[in-house]
Design a protein around this ligand. Structure first.
Ligand code: HEC
Length: 141
């Protein structure tokens, strides 16, 4: 590497890491902190959230919820960066934070929709771990 390319490569690295950090803003971090506190309070071992588990939850099909909403993807599509659609055909903004930067920033709003949608799809409430995993996945998209 020459003396000229080295600073450029360094700048490129810094640029990428700044973008990655910008994904989870303080508001999203606050919501995630609440879910990790809830997960710890629920007992059992809590070893952090997992984007892979969040993705699996998002894509999974359930047989325990309402028959017309077997999956999160029924309304949100399989691509988090794409707009979804309610059963009535109303548009839903994408779930990926990179496309919808205001998401997961308001605990009351996030809780309201987790309650409603987990009940529709799974026939039960999502656990704090599932909620944190889901947001961790969407923040990475
Ligand atoms: C019946 C359609 C439907 C299904 C199925 C569905 N959602 Fe949603 N979801 C919506 C709508 C409508 C909104 C609210 C509109 C908006 O925020 O753009 C929403 C919003 C959300 C939000 C709020 C995000 C924020 O901005 O804070 C979360 C979290 C969420 N959904 C999670 C899920 C999860 C997890 C599943 C699967 C277990 C799921 N959804 C399945 C329709 C659905």
């Amino acid at each position: 590497m020459t003396n000229i390319t080295r600073p450029l490569a360094l700048a490129a690295c810094l640029g990428i890491s700044t973008l990655a950090l910008a994904a989870t803003g303080p508001a999203q971090q606050k919501v995630l902190d609440q879910y990790s506190a809830d997960a710890k309070a629920g007992g059992g071992a809590f070893a952090g959230f997992s984007a892979a588990r969040g993705k699996a939850l998002f894509l999974s099909r359930s047989a325990t919820g309402k028959p017309d909403t077997p999956s999160c993807t029924t309304c949100h599509t399989e691509d988090p960066r794409k707009a979804g659609q309610t059963r009535a055909g109303k548009a839903i903004e994408p779930m990926a934070l990179s496309v919808s930067p205001d998401r997961y920033a308001d605990l009351a709003k996030t809780e309201k929709w987790f309650a409603r949608n987990c009940d529709s799809v799974l026939g039960r409430a999502c656990t704090p771990l599932e909620k944190g995993d889901f947001i961790t996945f969407m923040v990475s998209q």
